[in-house]
Design a binder for this molecule. Structure first.
Ligand code: FES
Ligand code: MG
Length: 597
């Protein structure tokens, strides 16, 4: 089969990878073995040896994964598209990752799911793959796997849930929980009312309808060029979602013929586009972890500083909860990702020549996209907030952390950042918790003496300390402070934060306490200085004191964290990188483009 790459370059005639299994005269014994079992499935010889691309559907939907469960239906339309375009379809299960159901945290399993996908894509007769994405970690796990193996791959989003409603107001999944827990803490809601309010936010199948990690990562998969244009935002139950599934199936067959691979699409330029789109949509603080991981598996250099360099000054233009008011359906009707990209393009902020899965550049795909509802997607000149990207923080407590400045609200700004002498910095007193359980037990204890001038610090919540890194840094203030009108305190930690939370935390701090970071030596009462202009967070103690505390900690055997509960927790803890390095499995990153070897 000869082929022409979508970028116009002719490539050498392609031999389908699956022929090595099913039509290999040099190894007839193995060919016979491979063939008889797939013939046993019901395929005919003509199907398996007729030169048709064999396309996998990596199925992330299951009864354990309600967010992605609709993919079981969508896969039927994907199959029809694959058949229509002359391919053969083989659907296979992916290790489930349900964000809200997996203990201790779904992030523990992102790398496990990645490993599983790599083995399937590498070890079975697949020429291309449809990656079914949706719930938070499913998107990065699938893209990381495709990056490592580097066979033609296209992502299909399951789509967001319909908008949630409660008493005439939009309730957004995840985001409503943070509000509801405050109302429960202050007694304004009882347990039943709390559950009712939270459940209202999830009215249909699909991923979270807020701009949490799911909407973020699905939007970024499109901005990276890995989904068909306009795919990310279509709500799960809409008919267009089914149609997109069919088109995705058709397109992957063409991609195999064109030999259009993840490494042709997810270039540095594509990542720069994704970083800028992330700021414009008000994307999750989990995005840098996941995109840095995907980049590392491709061998593309990307680090936390890139997020500040390319993203910090981009304004927030998408008015979705938690930073704004609207939800997923509104985002789709307003134009979704193409409208956001087009708005950034007008400012010269999109690397237009970045290739996408449809064989065209992102510039060609999005140039004519329009904002259909200016309340939901604002213009660049009249944004929701200026400078909406992340600030890459460092200092004497950690080497790398991030802060989402776009979610700093007026109350917070007034209390901490309105000092006339230095409007970009504040000093606060720290209260330290060791892991989420410690925090939950003690936060409402009035004898701790937490005041409006405190910063809540959580440690033991990173990739090693709390295996997988807990989403806990957005700690709510003590109930007695909320009652006094102090709705949020500054927070900091070596864990992550849910993308559905609007808290301006300093998070993803690396190295974590359990990996030798100085979070481990903080004590209650230490003064912490946060300087947004200089991007620094420092504990105001001198170097000698830091040294002596470190020595005392090491003499006591280092920072203690809970025992492993499962084999995978132990295995991952031994080889996992820190959050600034994408929390990848360190031995895995040297395996690049392995299908081509
Ligand atoms: Fe699955 Fe939010 S919990 S998408
Ligand atoms: Mg989450």
């Amino acid at each position: 089969m000869s082929s022409k790459k979508a970028n116009g370059h002719d490539t050498a005639p392609q031999k389908l990878r699956s022929r090595a299994w099913f039509d290999n005269p040099d190894n007839v014994d193995m060919t016979a073995l491979y063939l008889e079992r797939y013939l046993n499935y019901g395929f005919t010889l003509e199907e398996l040896q007729g030169g048709k691309p064999i396309i996998g559907i990596a199925q992330t939907g299951s009864d354990l994964s309600p967010c992605n469960r609709h993919h079981i239906e969508l896969a039927k339309r994907v199959r029809e598209g694959i058949r229509e375009a002359g391919g053969i379809c083989i659907e296979f299960p992916v290790h489930p990752i349900q964000e809200t159901g997996k203990r201790p945290t779904a992030m523990l399993d992102r790398n496990l799911s990645y490993l599983g996908l790599v083995e399937v894509l590498y070890g079975y007769p697949l020429d291309g793959v449809v990656l079914t994405i949706g719930c938070d970690k499913t998107t990065p796990a699938m893209l990381m796997g495709a990056a490592t193996v580097n066979i033609p791959a296209i992502a299909l989003s399951v789509g967001p849930m319909l908008n949630g409603w409660f008493k005439g107001e939009r309730t957004g999944s995840g985001t409503v929980v943070w509000k509801a827990r405050e109302l429960l803490a202050t007694g304004e809601l009882d347990y039943k009312g709390f559950i009712e309010l939270v459940a209202s936010s999830a009215p249909s199948t699909g991923y979270c309808n807020t701009m949490g990690t799911a909407t973020t990562m699905n939007s970024l998969a499109e901005a990276l060029g890995m989904q068909l244009p306009g795919s990310a935002a279509i709500p799960a139950p809409y008919r267009e979602r089914q149609q997109m599934a069919y088109e995705t199936g058709r397109r992957i067959v063409e991609m195999v013929k064109e030999d259009l691979k993840p490494s042709d699409i997810m270039t540095k330029k594509a990542f720069i586009n994704a970083i800028r789109v992330n700021s414009a949509i008000g994307g999750s603080t989990n995005a840098p972890i996941h995109l840095n991981a995907i980049a590392r598996h491709l061998g593309v250099r990307l680090d936390v500083e890139d997020w500040q360099t390319y993203g910090r000054d981009i304004p927030l233009i998408v008015n979705l909860q938690p930073a704004g008011e609207y939800l997923g359906e509104d985002y789709h009707h307003a134009g979704g990702v193409p409208a956001v990209v087009a708005e950034l393009m007008k400012q010269g902020l999109i690397e237009e020549e970045a290739m996408t899965v449809n064989g065209k550049t992102i510039g060609a795909n999005c140039r004519d996209a329009k904002i259909m509802d200016p309340n939901v997607i604002k213009t660049y000149d009249k944004p929701l907030k200026a400078h909406a990207g992340f600030v890459a923080m460092k200092g004497n407590i950690f080497d790398s952390g991030i802060m989402k400045v776009s979610v700093i609200d007026e109350e917070f700004r007034k209390r901490y950042l309105s000092k006339a002498n230095d409007p970009d910095a504040f000093e606060v007193t720290c209260f330290v918790f060791d892991g989420p359980e410690d925090y939950h037990h003690r936060i409402d204890d009035p004898t701790l003496g937490i005041t409006a001038d405190s910063i809540l610090v959580i440690r033991g919540a990173g990739p090693i300390g709390y295996p997988g890194a807990a989403e806990v840094v957005n700690m709510r203030a003590p109930a007695y402070l909320i009652k006094q009108g102090v709705h949020s305190l500054p927070t900091m930690g070596d864990g992550r934060q849910s993308g559905t939370s609007g808290a301006p935390s300093i998070l993803n701090c690396a190295p974590e306490a359990a990996a030798g970071g100085n979070l481990a030596i903080l004590k209650n009462g230490d003064k912490i200085r946060v300087d947004l202009k200089k991007s620094r967070v420092d504990v105001l103690i001198d170097e000698a004191e830091i040294k002596s505390r470190r020595k005392a900690l090491m003499d006591a055997g280092g920072y203690k964290y809970p025992a492993h509960q499962t084999p995978w927790q132990e295995i991952q803890r031994g080889i996992v990188a820190q959050l600034d390095q994408g929390m990848v499995l360190q031995p895995a990153i040297k395996y690049q483009h392995i299908a081509q070897e």
